[in-house]
Design a protein around this ligand. Sequence first.
Ligand code: ATP
Length: 418
Amino acid sequence: DLAAAPIPTVIFNLPKEHELRFEVEHGETALIKLIEGNAEYFGTELLLNREYKLTGCKGAVFTWNSCKLEVSQSTKAYIANETPMMQYARVHKIMDDIRISCLSNRESGPKVIIVGPTDVGKSSISKILLGYSTRLGYAPTFVDLDPGQGSITIPGAVCASLVDKPVDIEDGLTNSLPFVQYYGHTSLDANPTLFKALVSSLATSIEKRMETNEQARVSGVIINTCGWIDGLGYEILIDSIDIFKANLIVVMDNDKLYSELNKKYTGAIKVIKLPKSGGVYLRSPIFRKKTRMSKIREYFYGISGDLCPHFTILDFKDIVVLKTGGGPAAPSSALPIGAQSVIDPLQLQEVTPSTDMIHSILAVSYTKSKQSILKSNIAGFLYVTEVNLETKKMTVLAPCPGLIPSKFLLMGTLKWLE
Ligand code: ATP
């Protein structure tokens, strides 16, 4: 019986402070089992003798002491002995010191913001710090300010989530209860004013929570940012640091950014510099796009295809589709010299359903009033599969039936093209 034939495996013996780095293509699966010792995957401990299935990812299993791993033979993997884990653990120690000192006063716990260019391991260190914090019993708020990736929900969103256990090795952050706002674009320059407004609204909700919830205050916040660090990207970064009142800035692998931020922030705000791990993979624009698309697929179909999404037909008269900014602002080259585009980037505009909406991802707001739409949480997302102008109805895919708690749907430029 071929189906039952065991998958060939290889054993890796990892000495103390070594890691096994591996790469799994989209559509392929790697099996990893810890058979002796202790090991962790980005801060989350592997259970002994449990088989983990990983697909379409790059990563590393690290051991502080030593361990033996069984890995499916087809997995591209190698052992590395030089890792920055000791320095990463020091950041955790600084966070812990802030927590201990804020127990005796009303100050906020660590508010760590991770900054740096693309592909330096920002998301990875965020997970490691979340893992180490939750292993000590804290429940930090994780904020994802990178709409290009979508570690909490789909790309195009900016969100926060209370994390009270280490990130699941196979499923990621899916079990948390997030506060989600829909930006609707994967790039910050699409509407920076909107992005900043959403970041402010997110920070305000977190601040309120920290004022009333002792565990949230002491546990603090871990903020992951996107890798755009020049020009407008730098300005947005500074805004994010200020809006969240970060007290610990971690600069990954960029001396210039470190020097700028170190000059700008003094006193109670600590700025530290960390190297990037030699294991961090450079992801091509194509790989990134595939990852983005597979995040959207996971949202509707589940990570292992275990969800059963529903097609729903919506009558145009029962919904109001809104977008911000009135479409892309006219490029300055298209305006008379010296003139500025007059489109208010936060202005909500009603969009008449048309076939242009096909493949769009719409966010369903919880709000009952149009005015508060940019401040309220998103209930979920819909994928437009068909727009019928004759019957005045559109067909959408929803992850579960009966998801639509409000008639207000938000649209951006994000499309899902498989
Ligand atoms: P972005 O440009 O999207 O902001 P980033 O700086 O957040 O990227 P990560 O997503 O943390 O970078 O890392 C890039 C990739 O490298 C990821 O696929 C991650 O899993 C992988 N990676 C990180 N650290 C290691 C490691 N030590 N060994 C192997 N792979 C790793």
